[in-house]
Ligand binder design. Structure first.
Ligand code: HEC
Length: 388
């Protein structure tokens, strides 16, 4: 899941810097009226954007780009100096031009990628059991005939397409910028020859519906990857859901910000209180009472169970517990009811983490080790050139 290893901190800074610079440019153009809005958010007015995702793959070019940016900063300094140092001005200017010419600029083909007006859009609706269910309904009506029930591109009409529909049980949805995926759904995809390869759905799918579709696809793809590989190589959030809580005035899971969450379908009777996490019971049918030893119970059990079945790869979700980190990423699953956790239950981890089950001593119980590893190895991945 982790594209960024610890020795690439400079790259992370570069990608985040590039993203922020473009984002700031977009906000400025929008604030000064130089670009309008599309689908409710400022429209990127250029045909290209800097492709952080390419720099991630081609790190030699990324390094060249970083050096060139440093040269540009140096040149800016020289020019500032030249304002005051008139006698040497000519030399300083000549030196600046030379430095810019000699800088190891990366190739434009790597540095830039095609952009759309929505390239920098972020989802306007939450990733929740409700939006996933709505996305599922749109998908069954409009997309399944090509993309297939499991999103692997095996729909009935797939073979009749010019290009085979992609396999969503892959890093695709985690690599591409959300805004570019939104554009693909509403405005279609064109091949190299400019002819459409996927039809446009803007007339039947509004921006909100398109976000719902993307939420559904992400949950579906995470689940398919889980059943294929035994873990979540691409991270997925615990979907938001409605709650009834006993001591807290919370009605949504998302209101438990910055907390680890344990969601369980297993019988909560044997659950011991654990101050390290919020405990939420997902019963089989809606219940009136919140049992004493959990913090909350899910209010709409049927809908939440559907969403959890999806991210769980369609396998049965009875007797299961899921654990999130403090940022809401699903990190571990224990499908053995009330039995103790095992190290292998950590399903979303960085390649660095499984060398050793995180810092800690041999005497820690497994759940403690999972929590330590989770905290020591936060989820990091690059999407559309942006670090998440
Ligand atoms: C008529 C067949 C067809 C239908 C219907 C269809 N798609 Fe596609 N879709 C494709 C094909 C073919 C591609 C691959 C296009 C390419 O790579 O050039 C694709 C690609 C995509 C992609 C990836 C775009 C990218 O940037 O790589 C997404 C996301 C997607 N489809 C979502 C949807 C959704 C959501 C729906 C339903 C609203 C849908 N598709 C309906 C055929 C279809």
């Amino acid at each position: 899941m982790n594209d960024l290893t610890n020795n690439a901190v400079w790259l992370e800074w570069l990608l985040e810097g590039v993203h922020r610079a473009q984002w700031a440019l977009l906000q400025m153009l929008h604030a000064t009226g130089m670009t309008g809005e599309v689908d409710g958010q400022p429209a990127w007015p250029f045909a290209m954007r800097i492709a952080g995702e390419n720099l991630l793959i081609d790190q030699a070019q990324a390094r060249q780009f970083a050096i060139s940016l440093a040269v540009v900063a140096g040149v800016a300094l020289l020019l500032a100096v030249s304002i005051f140092w008139r006698r040497k001005r000519r030399w300083l200017w000549a030196g600046s031009v030379l430095a810019l010419l000699l800088a190891p600029w990366p190739s434009a083909a790597v540095l830039f990628t095609e952009a759309h007006p929505t390239s920098f859009h972020a989802s306007s609706i939450p990733f929740s059991d409700r939006t996933i269910a709505r996305g599922a309904a749109h998908y069954a009506a409009l997309c399944v005939q090509c993309h297939g029930a499991n999103g692997k591109g095996q729909g009935a009409l797939a073979s009749a397409q010019k290009v085979w529909p992609p396999n969503f049980a892959s890093p695709l949805l985690w690599r591409r910028a959300d805004g570019d995926l939104l554009w693909a759904i509403r405005h279609g995809v064109k091949g190299r020859d400019g002819a459409p390869t996927m039809p446009a759905f803007a007339s039947s799918v509004g921006p909100d519906e398109a976000w719902e579709l993307l939420h559904y696809l992400r949950a579906l793809a995470a689940g398919e990857l889980l059943s294929a590989t035994g873990n979540w190589p691409q991270p997925v959030h615990l979907p938001d859901m409605q709650l009834r809580c006993q001591r807290a005035h919370k009605t949504q899971l998302s209101q438990w910000q910055e907390q680890r969450v344990l969601l369980l379908t297993a019988d909560p009777k044997t659950l011991l209180p654990d101050p390290r996490m919020v405990t939420i019971w997902l019963p089989e049918r809606d219940v009136e009472q919140v049992p004493d030893n959990v913090d909350c119970v899910v209010a709409d059990a049927g809908r939440a169970r559907q969403a959890m079945a999806l991210v769980n790869g369609g396998s049965r979700i009875d007797d299961t517990q899921w654990l999130t980190d403090r940022r809401g990423w699903l990190r571990a699953r224990n499908a053995r009811g009330a039995a103790a956790w095992a190290d292998d239950d950590l399903l979303c981890k960085s390649p660095l983490a499984d060398v050793e089950a995180g810092p800690g001593t041999k005497n820690d119980d497994q759940l403690t080790r999972i929590i330590r590893t989770m905290d020591a190895e936060p989820v990091r991945f690059v999407k559309g050139g942006r670090v998440h």
